[in-house]
Design a protein around this ligand. Structure first.
Ligand code: MTE
Ligand code: MO
Length: 326
């Protein structure tokens, strides 16, 4: 697979302060060693490694264009699929593309539990029957880089309507697959696995909140969260949890992996906010990965409140102090 042999992306100051648990140095170093060892194995076997663009289930993806779009330059497919955060496959940006090919994203189902009228196990085929649409969204990582990605999916609200939450449900929690034999990063206690995320129910119902099953006209590549992931474009990227296997409705705010690991750095809300710095770096600007600097990220631009989606979502937070509820 050619993508694997590409020259690494230019590192910037932002790249050296990723949002890993930096206190846990020893584990990170072990992770680094393992990376080298695995790469060496791959070469020795003469195997060209898993395809970076290997997609999930078979079948054509039929979708409609939508009004959710932008005229901003799209991130090249190659960059969006080789510069990833998916710690279940390792903490370096190139680990997911190199290793996620071993994930088998089928058969797949999502277990829906908690305060809903129709709990149960929903298989991917059922979910894929939703009307799929393309939405071009900005994705702003808490590490201060951003992309513009054409996702294909269906509104989270459609799934919520299908499972009929009870009136007492106020939050939704999500879990990623935990499958150590296909996810080498799970060996390292970087986060309290499985990766978990959560939203308030009204955030989950907001029309912008997307369950994505594809991108760039095709099924999601494994490294981008195949076969189904969340996309919440007004929040930092880590809220957009990949490869979802569980959704639980509750009346209490669910625990989230990043919040548990460093609560002062990663709040439950994590709305994109240029006015609130991360304790270790400013969030006022971002490096846009859109191919203009080749595959490097040379263009720095201002970060917008709610990642530019304030008109759609600011009212969700009326009366809340956004510096406190970060
Ligand atoms: N399960 C899981 N989901 C995850 C992550 C992860 O490590 N594990 N990383 C998050 C982060 S930090 C970002 S920025 C986005 C990146 O999505 P992309 O690689 O598709 O661009 O995925 C998010 N979802
Ligand atoms: Mo991120």
């Amino acid at each position: 697979m050619l993508l694997k042999h590409r020259t690494p992306l230019t590192l910037t100051d932002n790249d050296v302060t990723p949002h890993r648990v930096y206190l846990n140095r020893r584990n990170l170093m072990l992770g680094g060693i393992a990376t080298t060892a695995l790469a060496a194995c791959g070469e020795a076997s003469g195997d060209d490694g898993p395809s970076a663009t290997q997609a999930a289930p078979k079948g054509a993806l039929e979708y409609a264009k939508s009004a959710y779009t932008t005229s901003e330059t799209q991130t090249p497919f190659e960059q969006a699929t080789t510069y990833n955060n998916y710690y279940e496959f390792g903490t370096s940006k190139t680990d997911p593309a190199a290793r996620a090919g071993q994930l088998v994203p089928e058969p797949w189902s999502i277990k829906v539990s908690g305060l809903v009228g129709k709990p149960g196990v929903y298989d991917l085929e059922t979910l894929m029957k939703q009307q799929l649409e393309e939405r071009i969204y900005r994705l702003r990582c808490v590490e201060a880089w951003s992309m513009v990605i054409p996702w294909i999916g269906f509104p989270m609200s459609a799934l919520i309507d299908m499972v009929e939450p009870l009136g007492s449900a106020k939050y939704v929690g999500f879990k990623t697959l935990y499958r150590p034999e296909q996810m080498p990063g799970l060996r390292y206690p970087i986060l309290d696995w499985p990766y978990e995320e959560g939203l308030r129910l009204d955030e989950a119902r907001n029309p912008l909140t997307l369950m994505a099953v594809g991108m760039y006209g095709q099924l999601l590549p494994n490294q981008n969260g195949a076969p189904i992931r969340l996309v919440v474009p007004w929040k930092y990227g880590f809220k957009s949890i990949k490869s979802i296997v569980e959704i639980a409705f509750s009346d209490e705010q669910p625990a989230t992996s990043w919040n548990k690991s460093a609560p002062q750095e990663y709040g439950f809300y994590s709305n994109v906010n240029p006015a609130v710095s991360h304790p270790r770096w400013s969030q006022a600007t971002e490096r846009r990965l859109d191919g203009r600097g080749g595959l490097a990220m040379l263009t720095r631009q201002e970060t917008l409140p709610f990642n530019g989606y304030a008109d759609e979502v600011a009212s969700l937070y009326d009366g809340m102090d956004l510096a406190k509820f970060y």
